[in-house]
Design a protein around this ligand. Sequence first.
Ligand SMILES: C[S@@+](CC[C@H](N)C(=O)[O-])C[C@H]1O[C@@H](n2cnc3c(N)ncnc32)[C@H](O)[C@@H]1O
Length: 251
Amino acid sequence: MKTPQSRHSRYTEQAIWSASLRQYLIEKTGLQKDSRVLEVGCGTGAVLDSLQGATGMVCCGVDINLQDLLFLHQTYPVLPVAAGDAYALPFAADSLDAVVCHFLLLWLKEPVRALQDMFRVVRPGGWLMAFAEPDYGGRVDYPQELAEPGSLQAHALHLQGADPESGRRLPDWFESIGLEDISCGVMGAEWQIGQAEPPLETETPTLAHDLEKYVSPDTLDRWGKISSAAQARGTRVLFVPTFWAIGRKGS
Ligand SMILES: C[S@@+](CC[C@H](N)C(=O)[O-])C[C@H]1O[C@@H](n2cnc3c(N)ncnc32)[C@H](O)[C@@H]1O
């Protein structure tokens, strides 16, 4: 995704997928309206805005990409954000009620080191929450012709520097930094045959972006048509197991 706007469209779609899970997890932790929450790797603000709107909590964000932070500031001027690195968060120790992330850890070379710094800034009794980490190793595609772009996309993510299997490692990472009361899970999926799926607006552009170096435009176009036709019938299956985890810092 080449521009902040195109990334924002993608992030907004992903934020919708995980909205009800976030709500469920926030309720599970007992965080309150005045809780101070930081999203690390907030990007263009899709999750941060939704979190603030849905919960009324005092939400702020940190990201390392200045272009996306500028976009965020112009789009959501009231949301407080800061430029910063997940490995050295610009917050004092024990200063926040919760630190959250969403599709961040797969992009980090040292996810456990970043989690340790998130742990540092959470107050004793506060929460660390990873809302969504994908696992492309468990991806399911249908129709069958779409299995090939599915596995190529995981490979392309790896070449872009991501860990396409961060999802399965999440429970291990949370356990290793000393959190308590850890719960983990995988996001479900549900749809109804006979009702056309709402088009996954950013799916085809994302595939094109990830695979442009490896396959011809004609092949991408053919896969796009197969996917759209199946989506229109409600028979397209694209399931990437997406893991979540929450854990509490001991008092
Ligand atoms: C896939 S995006 C997710 C954005 C947002 N969390 C969302 O889901 O809408 C990952 C974000 O992590 C940020 N990021 C990557 N490495 C980072 C680091 N070391 N410190 C802070 N942010 C980082 C990127 O700039 C990007 O905005």
